[in-house]
Ligand binder design. Structure first.
Ligand code: ADP
Ligand SMILES: N[C@@H](CCOP(=O)(O)O)C(=O)O
Length: 309
């Protein structure tokens, strides 16, 4: 029986999801982290939340609206326990908010893992991934955050099945992170309710190409897969400079580039020795549109870790 702990600590990586044709099912954990600590002290019903790093972008938004606290509540509900009184959480993050790197999923996962450890709920990583995927409505951020590396998540019954995906060591990612934000909710609202059968057929082939292309570092398969037909065509107009940045990445040697998650960041996959020049080309292309960005050669990360004490 897991024991409650006086303090719990968690580290959760960011993720890039979709990778073009893996819409709502493929994601990769990347090496930027949300770190948080939780403890119980006093009897207040409302949690005390202290935010640092990139979480400062949330200003003084009430703790009750924060996804860290929502994660705690989800875990407690799943374990049939009441929300604890006297909860304090201190969190700091390197994951930029609303840039398509899963900051919202990381907060949900962190809250649920903190509750699991602090209260001895006995949920574990897979159950937390299930809860987070159901809450978000798609598993492609929470699954890699918990399992690490590249992960496929698909519905199974009323839950989810997760499977690690092989990534060839020559496949490297570079993310261009602009200063502007996009909301995932707004980017999902831009999608049509249906697509023609012809598009669905293309999407099936591209999705399979993504899985095999990642495993084999196959240039043609990755180029095909990163040129998505299911969500990017409806979202790209909301990202100023999208076509120029993608073309610049390709011109500098990337196999392809696309939205990271629902944006605003763009991700390129490239041979490892090309990432610096691909990143510089993406940053320059955005700069030519008057948009500042950071070019981040993004190492693949392992999954979230929890510790006590
Ligand atoms: N702890 C949190 N960390 C990040 N986002 C949060 C948090 N709590 C609530 N949010 C909400 O989630 C939004 C970011 O989620 P989303 O639009 O999905 O972007 P991302 O790609 O960063 O996950 C924020 O703008 C904010 O409204
Ligand atoms: N599959 C989702 C992924 C959203 O990821 P985020 O990091 O932008 O929140 C989608 O494309 O809507």
């Amino acid at each position: 029986m897991p024991q409650p702990t006086p303090r719990a600590h968690v580290r959760v990586p960011c993720s890039t999801s979709n990778l073009g044709a893996g819409f709502d099912c493929v994601g990769i954990a990347l090496d930027r982290w949300l770190a948080a600590e939780a403890w119980l002290e006093g009897d207040a019903a409302t949690p005390v939340l202290t935010r640092g790093g990139a979480l400062a972008a949330l200003g003084d938004a009430p703790a009750d609206d924060d996804l860290l606290v929502r994660g705690v509540a989800l875990a407690c509900e799943a374990a049939g326990r009441a929300m604890p009184r006297g909860l304090s959480i201190t969190a700091t993050s390197d994951i930029p908010v609303a840039r398509g790197l899963g900051s919202s999923a990381a907060a949900l996962v962190a809250g649920a893992l903190l509750a699991d450890a602090l209260l001895g709920l006995g949920l574990g990583a897979t159950r937390v991934a299930m809860l987070g995927a159901t809450e978000e409505g798609h598993p492609d951020n929470v699954a890699p955050m918990l399992l690490g590396g590249a992960v496929l998540g698909v519905p199974r019954g009323d839950g989810w099945a997760f499977a690690p995906l092989t990534m060839h060591p020559d496949v490297a990612a570079v993310v261009a992170i602009p200063t502007f934000q996009t909301s995932t909710r707004a980017m999902r609202a831009a999608l049509p309710p249906e697509v023609p059968h012809r598009i669905a057929v293309q999407a099936a082939g591209k999705s399979a190409a993504l899985v095999r292309g990642l495993a084999d570092a196959d240039a043609a398969l990755l180029a095909h897969a990163l040129d998505d037909v299911l969500h990017v065509p409806f979202r790209r107009a909301l990202i100023p400079g999208y076509d120029a940045v993608v073309d610049a990445a390709r011109g500098a040697g990337a196999w392809g580039a696309t939205l990271s998650g629902a944006g605003s960041s763009l991700i390129a996959l490239a041979p490892r020795d090309a990432v610096e020049r691909v990143g510089a080309a993406m940053r320059d292309a955005w700069a030519a549109h008057g948009i500042e960005s950071e070019a981040w050669p993004a190492p693949v990360a392992g999954g979230a870790t929890t510790s006590a004490g």
